[in-house]
Structure formats: C-alpha cells, structure tokens
Design a binder for this molecule. Structure first.
Ligand SMILES: NC(=O)c1ccc[n+]([C@@H]2O[C@H](COP(=O)([O-])OP(=O)(O)OC[C@H]3O[C@@H](n4cnc5c(N)ncnc54)[C@H](O)[C@@H]3O)[C@@H](O)[C@H]2O)c1
Length: 358
C-alpha cells in the first residue's frame, strides 16, 4: 500500500544503486538525515529519474515491482471501483499528462470518457487504451480555443453517450516571459486556453448540466449529481516569475469555479478547482527536451529551463513529501472530487502539492 515513510519512495533495489551513483553520500550530497532519509538535490533528481522510468508507461503496463513506490500507478489503478459507475465524463487535454491519467482512472471507475485533445493521435491512443482495458471511450479532438469547439464537444458527447455528468477543464500549456517582454499574443493565447475556453465549455454544457437538472427538479424534485473540475495551479495563487499570463489565468480559474458553484449549486452541480503544484509532465520537464506545441502557426517550446534540476531543487526545498507528484496522483485528486465521496464539497480549490506552500 501507500508507504510514504522516509526513503520508501525509492525501492530498496533502486536505493542501493542510487547510493552508489551519488558516491555513497561521500561529501557531494548531504548525508542521510537522522530519520534515515536520503536528501539533497542529487537524491531528489535520482528519485525523479526512477519515477520517470517507471511511471511513464500507461496504467496497464506498469511492472509489479513498483508496488513499493508511494501511490504508484499500480496502486492507484488497483483501487478499481465503481465511484463513477455509469457517469459520462469529458476531459479536455487528455491526450497525455494529467488529463490522460484522469481519463484512464475515471474509466477504471466505470465512467464513459470523452478524450479530448489538440493532438488527435494522442487522444485516439488514450481512448484505445481505455477500450482495450474494457472501458468505454470516444475521442473528440480539436483546439479548445476554437470558436466552434465548445459546442462541438458538448453535442458530440451527448450524441455518443447521451448525457454529460462530469466536465474536467484541463487542457493547457505555458508560454513564459517576464512582464516587460511578454507579447500580446503570448498573453492572449494563455488566457484563451486557461480561462476563456473553460468558461465557454461550461456555457456549452449548460443545457446538459444546469437545464437538465432544472427539468429533473421540475418533474421529480431532485436533480442527479453533476460536477465540474477546473484545473488551476499554485502559480495562480502565489504568482511566479516569468508567468504573469499563466498566473493571471489560473487565478481567474478559481474565481470562475466559485461562481459556477454558487450559480449551479441549487441544481446539484458541484464545481471545484484543483490547484496543482509540481507534477511530472512535459510541462515541467526540461525545456532542453525541445517539446513544442503549435499556437496560431507558431511553435512554442514547452517545459522549464533545467527542468530536472528545478524539480529536484523544488522537491528538496519546498515540498514536505520531498518529491514532485505523478500524473496518477494528480488524477487521484480529480477522482476524489468527481466522486460521491465529495458530494458535499463545492466551490473549493484543492491544493495538490505534496505540502508545498503550506
Ligand atoms: N504539470 C504540472 O506541474 C502542472 C501544475 C499545475 C497545473 N497544471 C495544469 O494541468 C493541466 C494539464 O497539464 P499537463 O501538466 O498534463 O501538461 P501536458 O502538456 O502533459 O498535457 C496538456 C495537454 O493539453 C493539450 N492542449 C494544450 N493546449 C490545448 C488546446 N488549445 N486545445 C486542446 N488541447 C490542448 C495538449 O495537447 C496536451 O495533451 C494544464 O492546465 C496545466 O496548466 C500542470
């Protein structure tokens, strides 16, 4: 099970190797602390490598030897249950990263998934994976910022699965720059994808969430539970150098969330935000890897300069759990919020950070 005590994060076999790799802590990295925990940026970087090696494969392909990693994909996927049985969920940006992990996890809990992404091929791959694991999935690809997309997503979902119970607004990317250099296009693109698109998609699902609930209340006095999750970031709460556009958009997501919660609460539609810290996806990997996204015909390089070192340093200095999060762990928080376990939770912004920024 989830063993988050001390060095249990690195499997013992790996740890022996990591001790060797770091010179057995002979001066270059901090020695084990009195709690017996490996520490120092080098160790953190090593943990990150172990994570990458083992947690990148899709849920079904994770080797059993990983059972000693805390909250690994294996563990989370073994908690297969019925938390979302019969529900229909749209997840934007689910071709990879947090969205793909949520799509696979929600499917394991009985939801029918609309996998939506700018990258049609990746969306199809995730949908295929869900189907080959016995779930139901349908891909609707496109750019969430396109004028006609929100409507196409909502009507396409209802045509395929008959209803919409869960919406996760997750699609996004970063395009960093310091305030005095940020271009209008950089500003507009990031606000478009992170705040305007979620708002427009919420409007587009209104007939199937708010209006459907209204009809149920009129006829039976009771509306089915429905829920919206908007993905925010700690950057929206605390700001970040080089991310004026992203921090403004992610802060706005929290305001939008609380407003939807207030307006649609009477219709039994819950709306919460998840405020993620450092999660291991291409968004936080090294810019040097050269991963790009195309925005209005322009290639934007994703990631952060020296991503691995930044992740290791952040883990060491700012994160009490001493590591960055995995997409599966990020998805676990979404599942909890979407499930009946959180039936009385709405208008909240849940921080999923490993304890950073407490
Ligand atoms: N990784 C982190 O540490 C972190 C932290 C806080 C918040 N977030 C947020 O989590 C969300 C998911 O990010 P991730 O880390 O999984 O990144 P990712 O790059 O792995 O996945 C993001 C997905 O969104 C898709 N996408 C981007 N722009 C799109 C558009 N215009 N239309 C449709 N799809 C689009 C991409 O194609 C990609 O598949 C984002 O909103 C991001 O801001 C991530």
């Amino acid at each position: 099970m989830c063993d988050v005590k001390g060095s249990a994060f690195v499997p013992r076999r790996q740890r022996a190797h990591s001790d060797k790799a770091s010179g057995g802590h002979q001066g270059r990295t901090a020695p084990d602390t009195d709690r017996g925990m490996p520490s120092g940026p080098a160790q953190s970087q090593l943990r990150l490598q172990v994570l990458r090696q083992h947690l990148d494969p899709p849920v079904a392909a994770v080797p059993a030897e990983l059972d000693r990693l805390p909250c690994s994909v294996t563990e989370i996927s073994q908690l297969t249950g019925q938390l979302l049985k019969g529900q229909v969920a749209i997840i934007t940006g689910s071709g990879q990263g947090l969205g793909a992990a949520a799509a696979e996890l929600f499917a394991l809990h009985g939801a029918k998934i609309v996998v939506s992404d700018l990258d049609a091929q990746k969306a199809e791959q995730v949908a295929d994976r869900i189907r080959s694991n016995g779930g139901e999935a349908h891909a609707i690809s496109g750019d969430v910022t396109a004028d006609d997309f929100p409507e196409r997503l909502a009507t396409g979902t209802v045509k395929q699965f008959g209803k919409i119970d869960i919406l996760v607004n997750n699609a996004g990317f970063t395009w960093d720059g310091v305030i005095h250099r940020i271009s209008k296009k950089q500003w507009d693109s990031i606000l478009a994808v992170h705040i305007t698109a979620p708002f427009r998609i919420i409007q587009a699902v209104a007939p199937y969430m708010r209006e459907a609930a209204k009809k149920e209340i009129d006829s039976t006095d009771k509306a089915q539970p429905r829920t919206i999750i908007n993905v925010s970031s700690t950057v929206g709460v605390h700001g970040n150098i080089g991310q004026a556009n992203y921090s403004a958009a992610k802060a706005a997501v929290i305001g939008l969330t609380k407003t939807v919660a207030k307006e649609w609460g009477p219709f039994n539609v819950r709306c919460n935000a998840v405020t993620y810290g450092f999660i291991d996806t291409r968004l936080t990997q090294g810019k040097e890897a050269g991963k790009t996204i195309e925005v209005g015909g322009q290639k934007v390089t994703l990631g952060i300069p020296g991503g691995d070192m930044a992740a290791a340093a952040a883990a060491e200095m700012m994160i009490p759990l001493k590591r960055i999060g995995t997409p599966a762990e990020a998805a676990g928080a979404m599942l909890a919020l979407a499930s009946p376990l959180c039936a009385f939770v709405t208008g909240q912004s849940l921080e999923v950070t490993g304890g950073a920024n407490m």
